[in-house]
Structures are given as structure tokens and as C-alpha cells.
Design a binder for this molecule. Structure first.
Ligand SMILES: Nc1ncnc2c1ncn2[C@@H]1O[C@H](COP(=O)(O)OP(=O)(O)O)[C@@H](O)[C@H]1O
Ligand SMILES: O=C(O)C1=C[C@@H](OP(=O)(O)O)[C@@H](O)[C@H](O)C1
Ligand SMILES: [Mg+2]
Length: 174
């Protein structure tokens, strides 16, 4: 694998973009450590994401997320999968953009719906109309994903593994 100036890779994008899945594949291909901010929040808190939302509300979750992203973005040679709402905080956007190479996994709502349908761990999708919720969130957040990203990668070009390869190619790492 060619030498590269990329020191770490941070994945952003909406729920169901594949940040967690593609992040694991990327880390595997690079032999870097994989970290997921949601998993780190759960490990530090000793509670799962829905429980944190229930007890502390979204505001409490966002505070925990800010602390974790500040800590994780200071590390090197990691692939970090963020949560879909991380970009809503200015401090997170700054840390992500300044401390690593940020990839926006661009994904249409239809695909997000398919990929999140079976998983009930996303409190923001506990709504009678997840399509409307995802559409609203994407319209608010898409400009923020674009603002923070160094590269934009569509996630419909095949499997998670294939998307991971496309990312390495775009970064000149293969
Ligand atoms: N490129 C892809 N093609 C098909 N399915 C995918 C792809 N990327 C992710 N998935 C699937 O979508 C689901 C949600 O992915 P996940 O990594 O949890 O997304 P995120 O972390 O962005 O919310 C998982 O079941 C995963 O296997
Ligand atoms: O979009 C969001 O605000 C959220 C996305 C989730 O992560 P994924 O994007 O990995 O599903 C998780 O952080 C939490 O449920 C909130
Ligand atoms: Mg995830």
C-alpha cells in the first residue's frame, strides 16, 4: 500500500449510510483501529443509546457525544464512525475537519429506510413516519455533512466492502 499523508479517517453521514459497517471494513483493509463514537459513548456510560435518550434526552446524548468526539479525534491511525447527528454541533465539525480526513457517505432516504428498518436502536426513528423524519433530518444536515467533508462518497456503488475500496482509491491509499 502506498505511503499517504492521511492520518486518520472520519466517516459522517445519515443513519443507515453505513458509517459503522464501512468503517469496520476500512479499518480492516488498512489494519487501523476501528472506533465508533456511539459504541464509545455506550462503553463510557454503561448504557445503550436508547436508554441515554430516554433518561437524559437528546441534549444529554449530544453532550456525551461531544466529549467522545473530542477525545477520539485526537488519536492517530483510526477509522472513526460518527453518529448521524454529530455534525449538528459546531465543535464536532471543527474537530472532525481539522484533525482528520472526513468522508461524507452520501445516501438517499430510500436506502436509509431499507438499511434501518430491522434495527430498533435508533431513538430518532421511533416515529410513525420514519421516512418523513429521515427526509427532514437529511435536509437539515446535508449542508453540514458537505461543510465538514473533505471527500463525498456515494454508498450505492455495491457492498460496504466495495465502498471501502472506493474510499481508499479516492484517498490515494491503494
Ligand atoms: N453499501 C451498503 N450496501 C448494502 N447495505 C449496507 C451498505 N452499507 C451498510 N449496509 C447495511 O446497512 C445497515 C446499517 O448500516 P450501519 O453501518 O449501521 O449505518 P450507520 O452507522 O451509518 O447508521 C447494516 O445492516 C449494514 O449491513
Ligand atoms: O442521526 C442521529 O442523530 C443519530 C444517529 C445514530 O447513529 P448512526 O448514524 O450510526 O445510526 C446515533 O448516534 C443516535 O441514534 C442519533
Ligand atoms: Mg452507526
Amino acid at each position: 500500500m502506498a505511503q499517504s499523508t492521511v492520518q486518520n479517517i472520519f466517516l459522517v453521514g445519515p443513519m443507515g449510510a453505513g458509517k459503522t459497517t464501512i468503517g469496520r471494513q476500512l479499518a480492516d483493509l488498512l489494519r487501523w483501529e476501528f472506533v465508533d463514537s456511539d459504541h464509545e459513548i455506550e462503553a463510557r456510560t454503561g448504557a445503550d443509546i436508547p436508554w441515554i435518550f430516554d433518561i437524559e434526552g437528546e441534549a444529554g446524548f449530544r453532550l456525551r457525544e461531544e466529549q467522545v468526539i473530542d477525545a477520539l479525534t485526537q488519536r492517530r491511525h483510526i477509522v472513526l464512525a460518527t453518529g448521524g447527528g454529530a455534525v449538528t454541533r459546531e465543535q464536532n465539525r471543527r474537530h472532525l475537519h481539522d484533525r482528520g480526513t472526513v468522508i461524507y457517505l452520501e445516501t438517499p432516504v430510500e436506502r436509509q429506510l431499507e438499511r434501518t428498518a430491522r434495527d430498533h436502536n435508533r431513538p430518532l426513528l421511533r416515529t410513525p413516519d420514519p421516512r418523513a423524519r429521515l427526509t427532514e433530518l437529511l435536509s437539515q444536515r446535508d449542508p453540514l455533512y458537505r461543510e465538514v467533508a473533505h471527500h463525498i462518497m456515494p454508498t450505492e456503488r455495491g457492498s460496504a466492502r466495495e465502498v471501502a475500496w472506493h474510499i481508499l482509491q479516492a484517498l490515494g491509499m491503494r
